[in-house]
Design a protein around this ligand. Structure first.
Ligand SMILES: NC(=O)C1=CN([C@@H]2O[C@H](COP(=O)(O)OP(=O)(O)OC[C@H]3O[C@@H](n4cnc5c(N)ncnc54)[C@H](O)[C@@H]3O)[C@@H](O)[C@H]2O)C=CC1
Ligand SMILES: O=C(O)[C@@H]1CCC=N1
Length: 271
């Protein structure tokens, strides 16, 4: 990928996942600066030769690309504090949930090149999934840079309408937590049935990995078919699935994803 100087505003969980994922691809550490007021974060980055600063403005001024990776709640304050920076020759990538391009444009001076991204933490293990959105005015060069940045740590999917970023959040940004919750519940159940923590963890994680790999490596096979292939008539799997179906797992999942989308819409108005 093209090499540009990138600064991350915010060095929390998601920024770390992207930065450390990027380093694994060989992206030069000295082209990345992470800005965070929390000094405790410094050594996390500097021990990997990534630059660290507590001075957002000076760092942004020196960078080609700014990645906004702070919480949506502080987006306005963080952007307003950068009002002296001219963004006309810079690419702004925002990974903040629910913060619209319109909002960022209003807060930053001449920020014409904004790409919104909804990544997820598996970027850390080069298996991220990111949804991307840019308005029509953003140049192909900037769109391609944003795409290659996220492709360095996983896969990408563009959406044409910004409103779809709410939906994407339910599918990429938040969804690893759904799978972790499911695995936690399986692990707890195995512990309750007398297995050790190590046994339970190994059984759950390897089965989850295997199932995900089956899906990825059989793109033409329906998910339902993969499920049916495990489910013998009158057998053990059918007994388990009957419980999920009786408890309406599909409806629970839909309600959860809708709640995620609704919260994203609410946050767009709040922050
Ligand atoms: N955690 C996740 O799985 C995902 C998070 N996101 C988005 O990424 C953004 C960051 O989320 P997390 O990394 O989870 O949060 P986090 O709380 O782990 O990190 C936020 C960081 O911003 C820093 N910060 C606060 N004020 C700052 C300032 N004025 N200048 C620079 N840094 C400042 C904090 O010290 C903290 O280290 C959020 O907007 C979230 O919506 C998007 C997709 C997935
Ligand atoms: O929970 C959140 O609000 C953030 C956005 C997507 C994942 N984490």
């Amino acid at each position: 990928m093209q090499q540009k100087s990138i600064c991350f505003i915010g060095g929390g969980n998601m920024a770390q996942a992207i930065v450390f994922g990027l380093l694994k691809t060989g992206y030069p550490a000295n082209l990345i600066t992470v800005c965070d007021p929390n000094e405790d974060k410094r050594s996390l980055f500097t021990e990997k030769k990534v630059l660290f600063s507590t001075d957002n403005q000076t760092t942004v001024e020196k960078s080609d690309v700014m990645v906004l990776a702070v919480k949506p709640q502080v987006a306005s304050d963080v952007c307003s504090a950068l009002s002296a920076v001219d963004f006309s020759e810079k690419l702004v990538i925002s990974i903040m949930a629910a913060i619209s391009v319109e909002k960022i444009t209003a807060l930053l001076f001449h920020a014409d090149n904004i790409v919104r991204v909804m990544p997820n933490t598996p970027a850390l293990v080069s298996t991220g999934m990111s949804g991307l959105f840019a308005r029509a005015n953003v140049s192909m060069e900037y769109k391609q840079f944003a795409e290659s940045l996220l492709q360095a740590v996983g896969q990408t999917c563009w959406v044409e309408n910004e409103s779809d970023m709410h939906t994407v959040t339910a599918a990429s940004g938040s969804s690893p937590a759904y799978f972790f919750l499911f695995m936690e519940a399986m692990q707890q159940s195995l512990l309750n049935m007398g297995l050790t923590v190590q046994q339970a963890r190994l059984l759950v994680q390897q089965s989850a990995l295997g199932a995900a790999k089956m899906v990825v490596e059989n793109p033409t096979v329906e998910l339902a078919t993969l499920r049916q292939n495990v489910t013998s008539k009158g057998g053990t799997t059918a007994a388990a699935l009957n419980v999920f179906n009786e408890k309406q797992l599909a409806q629970i999942v839909e309600q959860a994803m809708l709640a995620c989308v609704e919260r994203s819409k609410e946050m767009e108005k709040l922050f």
